[in-house]
Design a protein around this ligand. Structure first.
Ligand SMILES: [Zn+2]
Length: 111
């Protein structure tokens, strides 16, 4: 039986609202992903945060909006229900990005 926890999203100092995350047996004993603090490897700004209730935060390198990234979309999205404001922000970033949308933007990649 699936369990559920609350998750919350912030980017660029703005709260984007609560969502849900469902348990996933592939994640081992914890069953839930950890919270994330996104840190830009270029400027060092801790620009984004994904909280998962009852878990710790772990830092992850990912470019901020100013340096060609800024995407909050985490891990395996199939276990999440995202808040509307967060999805609107992701879509507007994809639409505004001038280059090809590239997985490197999500993985913190080069450049
Ligand atoms: Zn940056």
């Amino acid at each position: 039986m699936k369990k559920v926890r609350t998750t919350e999203f912030w980017a660029d100092g703005r709260y984007l609202g609560p969502g849900r995350v469902y348990s996933n047996p592939r994640l081992g004993n914890s069953e839930f992903p950890f919270g994330i603090i996104y840190v830009c490897p270029r400027c060092g700004d801790a620009w984004g945060k994904v909280r998962v209730s009852l878990t710790r935060f772990y830092p992850r390198a990912r470019m901020c909006t100013e340096h060609g990234g800024g995407f909050l979309m985490p891990f395996d999205t199939s276990f999440f229900e995202f808040p509307r404001a967060m999805l609107k922000r992701e879509i507007s970033l994809i639409v505004s990005y001038e280059g090809d949308y590239d997985i490197a933007l999500l993985t913190g990649g080069a450049a």
